[in-house]
Design a protein around this ligand. Structure first.
Ligand code: MTE
Length: 317
């Protein structure tokens, strides 16, 4: 299945940046490198039978795509939060090889007319290449510009026909202590869960995400499928999801359960509301020295501010 899914012969040309190519070169230099390998054109590097290089997955620019400089591939894939593999920022890069993504399925259940289990081929069929979009900003205490490859989650939700009771969407990540040694620690409630209001989940900026930098998602970034909610802090974007449940009641989320004063249900990027332990006015973009001002809704107000017209964002942080 994996082969069929990812043996695309379209190579990411435009969206493969110089930094990515450079980081691949560095890897090559560190491992098999011979001069001829270094001189290989990018296309051939891609087709190597080498699991270090994920297979390509193509996408297009969209109205949401940012023209800002992208964070380097090395930083995007080495500086991660994925507590199932440890709480250190480099732990996911080192440990996530344990995750087995073959035969992955996502069940979509709850308040829907047509519950369904999707395999990765079903998911790709929901959005042809023309409808896959990329490159969005993301903010945590640090920020990055990541060329995600994904498509609106709404496509999946519409396919299962939410009922009138469906007011929230819950995302549940894989629970498997054998593959995910971090789950032996009670640092968060497992499986990792997150949630959105249904109108947030239906917003075209909420992406079901399958790749980055024109390649299928590396394990440490939440392979094979994760959510990306670019106007919210990073933890709302659950990785390696296996269940999506539509519900009437607001779902619990792992971070909110761990520390409700610090991590609210909404977690919109908002420079005017401080985290109890730090101001959220400014952010450090990885790769830059000076901090920059954080933008309301991470700069996506035009698309999402209306969702919160009637909400006190100080109370519902
Ligand atoms: N999803 C799961 N399953 N487990 C996690 O620990 N961490 C979250 C989010 N999704 C996390 C998760 C946090 S805190 C952040 S900041 C982002 O993933 C980080 O995504 P990235 O490593 O791809 O940049």
């Amino acid at each position: 299945m994996r082969k069929k899914l990812f043996s695309s012969n379209i190579y990411p040309s435009e969206i493969t940046s110089r930094t990515l190519f450079d980081s691949r070169r560095r890897w090559l230099q560190g491992s098999v490198a011979s001069l001829s390998a270094l001189a290989m054109p990018e296309k051939i590097v891609h087709s190597r039978e080498d699991s270090k290089f994920p297979a390509p997955i193509d996408a297009n620019k969209s109205k949401f795509s940012s023209d800002e400089e992208q964070t380097s591939y090395a930083d995007v894939t080495r500086y991660n939060n994925f507590y199932e593999f440890g709480t250190g920022k480099e732990d996911p890069f080192e440990q996530a090889y344990r995750l087995k993504t073959e035969g992955w399925r996502i069940q979509v259940i709850g308040d829907v007319m047509r519950p369904k289990t999707f395999d990765m081929d079903d998911i790709l069929r929901l959005a042809p290449v023309e409808e896959r979009i990329y490159r969005l900003r993301c903010v945590e205490a640090w920020s990055m510009v990541i060329p995600w490859v994904g498509f609106p989650l709404a496509k999946l939700l519409n396919a299962v026909q939410p009922t009138g009771n469906a007011r929230f969407v819950e995302f549940i990540s894989l629970y498997d202590i054998e593959q995910m040694p971090g789950q032996k620690s009670p640092v968060l409630r497992w499986p990792y869960t997150e949630g959105l209001r249904i109108d947030e989940a239906m917003n075209p900026l909420t992406l079901l995400t399958l790749g980055l930098y024109g390649e299928i998602l590396p394990n440490q970034n939440g392979a094979p499928v994760r959510i990306v909610v670019p106007w919210k802090y990073g933890f709302k974007s659950a990785k390696s999801i296996v269940t999506i449940r539509l519900t009437e009641k607001q779902p619990a989320s792992s971070w909110n359960l761990a520390n409700p004063n610090e991590y609210g249900f909404y977690s919109n990027v908002n420079p005017n509301v401080s985290h109890p332990r730090w101001s959220q006015r400014r952010e450090r973009r990885i790769g830059e020295f000076l901090k920059r001002d954080t933008l309301m809704f991470n700069g996506y107000s035009e698309w999402v501010a209306d969702l919160y017209r009637d909400l006190d964002l100080n109370k519902y942080f």
